[in-house]
Ligand binder design. Structure first.
Ligand code: SAM
Ligand code: SF4
Length: 336
């Protein structure tokens, strides 16, 4: 239901920004090898927006026509008092200004918070999981415990949350995992989405070694599974197929090998209040000063409208032979 009393955020190419992805912390309780280096230096706390500032910022976007908000990180559920933020934001769901409030999580704390999330109007969540083998899970996340995430998933399903599992398709690793992941997710009524690795931040590996084109991988899957294209799309980079053998949905997020920019409806804000209209470009605008320098949202809303209008037409990722990283910031800064 669109509320026509709120102005829409339309960019210079006519796309409407209706989906905000907001990182609420750069910290995490895991260190996934494609996302972070082992020794991460996290931001000083004063640079990170307070929960009150985050809530105000979301209000500014909602007042300008944003209809869907996803909280991410780092790991959003490690943020102290995070449930008070969900509670505050749930008023936009109740008023009808927001269609959806959701989050992306590594799942370690999801079991603990699942019931409260449901109470605050969250209906579905994305959980990141790359393997069902405990040893490999510990290796990928550097110290995570698989049983904890699997337990959380069961608790979240029991609480009534719908779950989509996100799996980063790391070359040389995903090939062994995919069949088990399809059976596991679809057997529990969950969607599964594969994500191409993106060259964000130095993680101490050559990105070329991690990158697998999902367009090519889909052809391998076609040999073993009956895949039928289905039209479902989120306005983002996901393309879905139905898996005949399970009846479940399998998504492919292909920012590197497939251009989704013409239908992009999303904007991202870092935990420091920096607005990125395109994840694959370095350009960004700071909203924090405008937020902190006035109790009114007028200045920050003006900046949001100007920045969204100037959104670039297309992203600019590249993995070339001479670089280990395309974009300098880590995924955990902006949240994916
Ligand atoms: N900590 C939460 C989680 O892991 O779901 C939320 C933040 S995490 C940065 C968001 C998503 O980005 C996760 O699904 C993660 O697997 C993915 N991700 C992290 N680094 C990536 C990279 N270099 N390329 C592609 N996806 C990446
Ligand atoms: Fe943490 Fe998520 Fe990054 Fe893994 S992908 S290190 S869980 S922020």
């Amino acid at each position: 239901m669109q509320n026509h009393t709120t102005p829409d955020l339309i960019d210079q190419y006519g796309r409407q920004a209706s989906y905000l992805r907001l990182s609420i912390t750069d910290r995490c309780d895991l260190r996934c090898t494609y996302c972070m280096s082992e020794q991460m230096t996290f931001l000083p706390r004063k640079e990170v927006l307070s929960l009150e500032e985050l809530e105000r910022l979301v209000g500014a976007f909602v007042d300008n026509g944003v209809r869907k908000v996803r909280l991410t990180g780092g790991e959003p559920l490690v943020r102290k008092n995070v449930m008070s933020l969900f509670e505050g934001l749930s008023r936009h769901l109740k008023s009808g200004a927001l269609d959806e409030l959701t989050l992306t999580t590594n799942g370690t704390l999801l079991g603990k918070y699942a019931k409260q999330l449901v109470d605050f109007g969250v209906k579905r969540v994305n959980v990141s999981l790359d393997t069902l083998c405990p040893e490999k899970y510990a290796e990928i996340t550097r110290w995570g415990r698989l049983e904890r995430v699997l337990g959380s998933i069961e608790e979240a399903l029991a609480a009534g949350l719908r779950i989509k599992i996100n799996t980063v398709a790391v070359k040389g690793k995903i090939e062994e995992e995919i069949d088990d992941l399809i059976k596991f997710t679809h057997g529990r009524g969950m969607d599964l989405t594969l994500i191409e690795t993106m060259p964000l931040g130095d993680v101490g590996f050559d990105r070329n070694e991690q990158y697998l084109s999902l367009t090519d991988f889909r052809q391998d899957l076609d040999q073993r599974w009956s895949l039928t294209d289905i039209g479902d799309t989120t306005g983002g980079p996901s393309r879905y197929v139905r898996v005949g053998e399970t009846g479940g949905r399998l998504g492919f997020i292909t920012p590197m090998s497939n251009n989704f920019c013409s239908t992009c409806n999303r904007v991202r804000v870092s935990c420091t209040g920096t607005l990125f209209t395109c994840m694959g470009a370095e350009g960004a605008v700071d909203l924090r000063d405008a937020l902190r320098s006035s109790e009114s949202n007028a200045a920050v809303e003006g900046l949001i409208r100007e920045t969204v209008f100037a959104k670039p037409e297309c992203h600019n990722f590249s993995i070339d032979e001479n670089s280990t990283s395309g974009i300098k910031r880590h995924m955990s800064f902006l949240g994916g």
